[in-house]
Design a protein around this ligand. Structure first.
Ligand code: NAP
Ligand code: GLV
Length: 311
């Protein structure tokens, strides 16, 4: 068996070492142009040339490309033959990180910790009126691997939690909505909106003026999915006109976020550098190795991307 590795923005050596230890009989190499065609590929943002070379021969052997992230929006921009499975990461240590990040952002906003920090910096011992938790319904867009974990985690802090997905889902303690028919009902009932959707033609620009204006007064936006979900100027307009209290953003249309982008300096917008749920090397490779072994035994695996759905 031959495995090729083509992940931009990461050093190949430690990944190859782990793969070689887990699959001792396999030939495992960092991809270079002209390399032999492999059976499996481990990828992040590979160039089109990689796909073209690996799939050029009519009877090519490439069976699956394993994405080292959960989101496959960038991969689906490439031309990939339909006989090559695209496999996304299923959790692999990301859902607990995402739950931490989102709960932290919700609680930091709800408890006004930024305000306390500013007061303390000026030596001020101040109290703020406690806010009513029942007035803080948190709506989670996307109830997949990450969204469902986040929604469940939020219920532990007794916030009213709502969730929206493409098809109906049930989660204990979460009021769920689905599809276009229930989209407005979900939005108007939410004060904090958390985006954990995949970026697809249906979800691009979904965080726009018309939709965000439907959130309850003093709404708050947390985008941890993809920058392409959010219309930046619409968010800024709604924060500046007072309908929204602010936002926490981890993902951006251009990453790194350009130095002159107004998000950097907006007092009500918190920015983090696409770090809410990092790919963890050991967990990721354990999952990929397990899936390669399952495919070799002819078994079905989780996380195979449906090209038509876009996720
Ligand atoms: P997932 O398991 O595939 O879940 C996707 C969820 O979105 C599902 O509930 C799905 O509905 C719902 N959905 C998809 N299209 C929809 C539509 N048009 N309308 C309503 N709901 C829709 O994905 P995941 O593993 O939770 O990851 C979600 C996204 O998080 C990834 O695609 C990635 O972009 C992002 N992410 C970000 C980071 C970061 O560090 N910031 C890290 C990892 C992932 P159904 O349940 O009906 O299928
Ligand atoms: C990170 O953004 C991922 O998609 O895993």
């Amino acid at each position: 068996m031959r495995i090729t590795f083509c992940c931009t923005h990461t050093k190949a050596a430690p990944w190859l070492e782990i793969l070689r230890a887990a699959l001792p009989g396999a030939v495992i190499e960092d991809w270079v142009s002209g390399a032999p065609v492999a059976d499996y590929a481990v990828v992040w943002s590979p160039p089109q040339q990689f796909v073209d070379e690996q799939t050029a021969a009519p009877g090519h052997s490439l069976k699956a490309m394993f994405n080292t992230g959960a989101g496959v929006d960038a991969l689906l921009q490439l031309r990939i033959p339909s006989n090559v499975k695209l496999v996304r990461l299923n959790d692999a240590g990301m859902s607990v990180q995402m739950a931490e990040y989102v709960c932290h952002a919700v609680i930091r906003h709800f408890r006004e910790f930024d305000g306390y920090q500013a007061d303390v910096a000026q030596g001020k011992w101040s109290y703020r009126k406690p806010r009513g938790r029942a007035d803080f319904p948190v709506g989670v867009m996307g109830l997949g691997v990450l969204g469902s974990r986040v929604a469940r985690a939020l219920t532990h802090f007794d916030f009213p939690v709502l969730g929206w997905s493409r098809t109906p889902r049930q989660i204990d303690g979460v009021k769920t909505f689905s599809g276009a028919a229930q989209w407005d009902d979900f939005l108007v009932a939410s004060k904090v909106l958390v985006c954990l959707l995949p970026l697809t033609p249906d979800t691009r620009n979904i965080l726009n003026f018309a939709n965000l204006a439907k959130l309850k007064e003093d709404g708050y936006v947390i985008n941890v999915a993809r920058g392409g979900h959010l219309v930046d100027d619409d968010l800024i307009a709604l924060v500046n006109n007072g309908h929204l209290a602010g936002a926490t953003l981890d993902v951006f249309r251009t990453e790194p976020l350009p130095g002159d982008h107004p998000f950097w300096r907006h007092p009500k917008i918190t920015v983090t550098p696409h770090t809410s749920a990092r790919t963890l090397r050991d967990e990721t490779l354990a999952q990929i190795v397990g899936k390669i072994q399952a495919l070799e035994r002819g078994e079905a695996i989780e996380g195979v991307v449906d090209h038509a759905r876009g996720y």
